[in-house]
Design a protein around this ligand. Sequence first.
Ligand SMILES: CC(C)(COP(=O)(O)OP(=O)(O)OC[C@H]1O[C@@H](n2cnc3c(N)ncnc32)[C@H](O)[C@@H]1OP(=O)(O)O)[C@@H](O)C(=O)NCCC(=O)NCCS
Length: 203
Amino acid sequence: MPQLSPPTAAVHHSFLAAMAEFAAEGRGGPRDDSVLGDEMRRFAATWTTRDGFAAFVAALRADSLDTTPRPPGFVPATTYWWIDGEEYLARIVVRHRLTPHLLATGGHIGYDVRPTARRRGHATEMLRAALPIAHRLGVSPALLTCDITNVASMKVIEANGGQRADEGEGIARYWVPTAPLERAVADPPPAHQPPPDQRAREK
Ligand SMILES: CC(C)(COP(=O)(O)OP(=O)(O)OC[C@H]1O[C@@H](n2cnc3c(N)ncnc32)[C@H](O)[C@@H]1OP(=O)(O)O)[C@@H](O)C(=O)NCCC(=O)NCCS
């Protein structure tokens, strides 16, 4: 059974195979502005060695700490890998808070499943498993965004309770509840807190 794991050196071999699959579909090039693309550009030259991979894993883990230095405009982000034994399948990242840029396009949560593991329900299950973690990180609800052409990602989001907030410039934005269902129903938002779609307009 796949499960979420903090980044771990235990899946080194499988992780490299997954990255080769992403590279084969064109990821990691200069125009890939995703988190995955950024990681590929920054670490691909060194993550093939044991020490290089350990440094990459340590950098990912450190990125979840408020105290870790990061470029202006970047917020702490917690990464989990979706692994089955020593097999790396996918990655999900929870950004702890929104910036204007994340509010407009990136959202709180991003994910990608290695090409050879797609269409087996991994993204749907991985997001389901990550939502309580997002909640514990103070993300409630979570903003998820995707290209309006990304049917698979829209299905993943909607299968996890995503409510479409709006759509513009080719991007659909969804609010996804992170609280357990019974709490989400039992605890309405505090009176001082506007509903998510109103908050989005205010920022
Ligand atoms: C989008 C992505 C995460 C989906 O991962 P996945 O593990 O294949 O998703 P699932 O298996 O959970 O499938 C979810 C639904 O999408 C459907 N689906 C998956 N791939 C699809 C495709 N290429 N075209 C149409 N539907 C697709 C599945 O059939 C399933 O539908 P169902 O709920 O009706 O059964 C994966 O394709 C990916 O990593 N893409 C590249 C990165 C990316 O787009 N990340 C998301 C950015 S918002």
